[in-house]
Each structure stands twice: as C-alpha cells, then as structure tokens.
Design a protein around this ligand. Structure first.
Ligand code: NAP
Length: 293
C-alpha cells in the first residue's frame, strides 16, 4: 500500500507516521515542506506521489488564533482538504481526514452522533465543518473521522499543561463545565492503521463501501476537571508535584477569544458497528500514555 501522510509532526501525525509504516510505502510531509495555504502545492504533492491512500492529520488547531486568522484557518482546514479530496478522487485513491467535536455547539446535553446537525460556535469549528463538506462533495472514497480532546505527551496540550501546573501551583482551578472524550493520539493512529489493514489489498473499494463521517474518540467522557484529577493521579513523578488541591471552576472564569462548546462528547457507536472495534476507555489509555513518561 502506498500512503501519503500530511501533518507528520503534529500530535496525531507523528504517531501515524510510525503506525502506518507497517502498511507499506509511506511518504510523509509537514509544514513548511508542504504549505496548506497554497492549493497548488497541495495539488502538486498529491499528483507527484500518486498514492493509493491519503491520510491528512495537518490542520490549524490553534482554536483562539483562528478567530483573528480566519483566512488561514479556512485555507488549511477547509480549502486544502477539499483539494486533497478532489485529487484523491481523480486518482482513484482513498482519503482519510480528521475533524473535530468542535463542529457541535455543545448544547445537546448528551453525546453527539453523526446524525446530529453541526453548529460550530467558533472559527476553528466553522473551518473544520467546511472541510468536512468539501471532502464529502469531492465524491471519492473518504472517511472523515471526528475526534475529541486529543493529547500527546510530546507536544504542548492539556495533559502536559496540567503536569506543568501541578509542579508550579499548590491549588489548581480547572473548568468542570467543559466535557469531551480525552483521546490519546497513539490509540487513534493505531485504529487508523487497523482500519487500513482491514481493507488490505482492496482498501479503496473497501473504504468506498463504508465511506462517510464517523466519530472515534476515547471511550467514555470526562470534564476537564475529571481529566485533570486523573492526570495528576497517574503522573509517574508525583514526588515533583506541589499541587495540594484541584478545584472545579467555570469556563467563564477563563475568558478566551474563541467560545468553546461545553458538552461536545461524541457517541462512537457507528464506528464500532461498522468496523467492529472502538478506542479503549479514556482512563485506561491515559494510564498507558503516562507510563511511558
Ligand atoms: N488537538 C485536539 O484536541 C483535537 C481535537 C479534535 C480534533 N482534532 C483534529 O485532529 C487532527 C490532528 O490534530 P493534532 O492535535 O494532531 O494537530 P497538531 O498537533 O496541531 O498538528 C497539526 C499539524 O499540521 C501542521 N500545519 C499547520 N499549519 C499548516 C500549513 N499551513 N500547512 C501544512 N501543515 C500545517 C502543523 O504544523 P506546525 O506545528 O508547524 O504548525 C502540525 O504539524 C486535526 O484534524 C484536528 O483538527 C484535534
């Protein structure tokens, strides 16, 4: 299988680069070698590599920055995935693209299914929703995998921030009214490789038969407060912590340029029903992720 991976240095892309390598030839790129703000460069890269499968983990994920840099967010998160999908369809390749729980407004009060209507609250969510639509419209074999609260121990994220705050603050206040599914990027990358391996030599028609949008994130959901408590508890170097109390706070205490959905947990049963597996419980995955620290 010949695979083209975009976003190889990101949280998810870094893991994908390693897990997808077992499938065959992998050509992996990231900024600045490839710049998603240039549709021509994206088109040229896909044509030059002419892969059987394209996996896109590149994105503008700076949620607050997207409010003031909406043109860049739209170019990277919407226009470029649209170009990749068009080129992929023209090549007869399959395209796996990632999207986000932030396409929802968080007002449903229970986990979102793929049948729920997106209503993003911020520019990042709007650009990702536009990307989903562009990928779908291109008409080729595609999967859009919406995921949530992605973390990695190698790049700055909520988990690494909590570990740092626990070494700097005796009392930590963490939003208890923001809920999602914490997702270890390594589990998501492994699941992506497992999917492609299941398709095997017939991966393109196999994915074509199953094409669509799917939710795939750590099993179960948690507030940021619950998540922070678990991070502090699983820290293998607890002796370095000075934190004594973790207090529940409200999102309103931490004003940010971008509004965030409060309850954006994802229901992943369509993925499980279609492909026969799910990501493990978020606490279990977090423990495994922290063991490597
Ligand atoms: N992080 C989350 O909590 C979360 C939640 C739900 C869904 N997702 C989705 O999951 C996917 C992977 O997210 P992630 O957390 O792994 O993202 P990430 O760590 O921010 O990685 C994104 C990658 O895209 C690259 N990139 C940014 N601008 C680019 C450009 N103009 N041209 C080419 N590449 C560019 C980044 O390079 P630089 O580092 O140099 O900018 C980075 O390597 C994305 O589709 C994201 O929307 C993420």
């Amino acid at each position: 299988m010949k695979v083209l991976l975009f976003g190889k240095n990101g949280q998810l892309g870094w893991e994908l680069h390693r897990t997808l390598a077992t499938l065959g030839d992998i050509m992996a790129m990231d900024y600045p070698e490839i710049d998603f703000t240039s549709a021509d460069r994206v088109r040229e890269a896909v044509r030059r590599v002419a892969p059987q499968v394209i996996v896109n983990a590149a994105a503008c994920t700076a949620v607050d920055r997207a409010e003031s840099e909406s043109d860049a967010a739209m170019a990277v998160n919407a226009a470029a995935p649209g170009v990749i999908a068009e080129e992929s369809a023209a090549l007869g390749a399959a395209f796996i693209h990632f999207s986000t729980d932030f396409v929802f407004d968080g007002k449903k009060g229970e986990p979102y299914s793929e049948d729920d209507t997106p209503n993003p609250l911020n520019m990042y969510g709007k650009s990702k929703q536009a990307g989903e639509e562009a990928v779908e419209q291109a008409g080729g074999p595609f999967l859009v995998i919406r995921t949530s609260y992605v973390y990695s121990l190698r790049r700055e994220c909520f988990v690494t921030s909590v570990l740092k705050w626990a070494r700097e603050q005796t009392t930590m206040r963490i939003a208890a009214d923001q809920t999602g599914n914490p997702t270890w990027c390594r589990m998501l990358a492994g699941a992506t490789a497992q999917l492609l391996a299941a398709g095997g030599r017939n991966v393109v028609p196999w994915l074509h038969e199953r094409k669509g949008i799917y939710h795939l994130a750590g099993d179960g959901h948690a507030s940021r407060f619950d998540w922070a408590q678990e991070i502090v508890r699983c820290d293998p170097h607890r002796e370095e912590q000075i934190v004594r109390r973790i207090e529940p706070a409200s999102t309103a205490e931490f004003p940010t340029p971008a509004e965030r959905p409060l309850f954006s947990a994802l229901n992943c049963s369509r993925f499980h029903d279609t492909f026969g597996f799910r990501l493990p419980d978020w606490r279990y995955a977090l423990r495994l992720a922290m063991e490597g620290q």
